[in-house]
Design a protein around this ligand. Structure first.
Ligand SMILES: C[S@@+](CC[C@H](N)C(=O)[O-])C[C@H]1O[C@@H](n2cnc3c(N)ncnc32)[C@H](O)[C@@H]1O
Length: 234
C-alpha cells in the first residue's frame, strides 16, 4: 500500500528536524534564511527564539491562526492513519512509535500557532506561493523547502518544480530541498529535470546525504550553489 493525498497537507516539523533534513550548520543558521512552504512547522518560531533570522512563506498564512488550527485538526488523523497502514515505509529510530510522531508533530504545530500572530506582525510569516516570491533578487543567503517539492510529485508538474526552484534560486544564493522522494517512496521523477535545468542555468547541483531519515531511503537533500562556490558533492 502507498500513501496518497488528494492535496498538500498542513503537517509541521520542528527546528531540530530542519537541522537534520538540511544539514544546517551554525554558519548556515546565522545567515538570512527563507523557508518555502514552511506551513505549520515550528522552525521559524524556534529559530527566532534562538536569535536566528528566518522568513517563512506559505499560502496557509492567509488564514487566521484559528482557521489553520481547524485545518490541522481536520487532517492530522488521516495522516496518522495513512502512516499506520504503511509502517514499513518509515525508519523507526528517531521516533519510537506512531504516537511519538503524532505528539511531536502536534507539539511543533502548537508552537507555530502560538507564534503566528506575532510573527505576522514582524513579517516573519508571509502569505505567498511558489513559484512567485515577493522578494528582491538575493534577499536571502539560503532558501529551504521541505516536504513539499518532490514529495507531492503527483499533484505538481515538472514545469512547476522547475519554476519553483528557479524562483528560490533568484531570491537566495543557495537552495536546499528535502526530501527527493515522493509519496510512492522513490526518487521523484522531477528531480533529474530540475537538476538538468538548474545546471544549464549555471548552478552547481548535487544530491547530498543528510543525517535524517524517516521516510525509508529518503536521506538526501538537493543542494544548489552558484557554480563558483565549492560545496560538498556526491
Ligand atoms: C507537508 S507541509 C510541510 C511543512 C514544512 N515544510 C515541514 O517540513 O514540516 C507542505 C506545505 O506546503 C504548502 N504549500 C502548498 N502549496 C504551496 C506553494 N505553491 N508554495 C509554497 N508552499 C506551498 C502547504 O500549505 C503546506 O503548508
Amino acid at each position: 500500500m502507498a500513501i496518497t493525498y488528494d492535496a498538500v497537507k498542513p503537517w509541521g516539523r520542528s527546528f531540530s528536524e530542519y537541522v537534520g533534513m538540511f544539514g544546517l550548520t551554525e554558519t548556515d543558521l546565522h545567515g538570512r534564511i527563507i523557508g518555502c512552504g514552511d506551513g505549520p512547522a515550528s522552525f521559524n518560531a524556534e529559530a527566532t527564539a534562538l536569535g536566528y533570522q528566518v522568513t517563512s512563506v506559505d499560502p496557509i498564512y492567509a488564514l487566521t491562526p484559528l482557521q489553520i488550527e481547524q485545518r490541522i485538526h481536520e487532517t492530522w488523523e488521516q495522516i496518522v492513519e495513512q502512516m499506520r497502514q504503511n509502517m514499513d515505509m518509515f525508519v523507526w529510530t528517531k521516533f519510537k512509535s506512531l504516537d511519538d510522531v503524532r505528539d511531536t508533530r502536534l507539539r511543533a504545530m502548537r508552537r507555530f500557532i502560538a507564534d503566528l500572530e506575532q510573527g505576522q506582525q514582524e513579517g516573519r510569516y508571509i502569505d505567498a506561493s511558489l513559484p512567485d516570491l515577493p522578494f528582491a533578487d538575493s534577499s536571502f543567503d539560503l532558501a529551504l523547502c521541505s516536504n513539499f517539492l518532490f514529495m507531492y510529485s503527483d499533484n505538481l508538474s515538472t514545469a512547476f518544480h522547475i519554476a519553483a526552484v528557479q524562483e528560490m534560486g533568484r531570491v537566495a544564493r543557495e537552495v536546499r530541498i528535502f526530501p527527493l522522494y515522493d509519496l510512492a517512496n522513490k526518487e521523484s521523477d522531477h528531480v533529474i529535470p530540475v537538476m538538468e535545468f538548474m545546471q544549464a542555468q549555471g548552478w552547481q547541483v548535487a544530491r547530498v546525504p543528510v543525517d535524517y531519515e524517516f521516510l525509508r531511503g529518503a536521506n538526501q537533500m538537493l543542494r544548489l550553489t552558484p557554480s563558483t562556490d565549492q560545496g560538498p558533492q556526491t
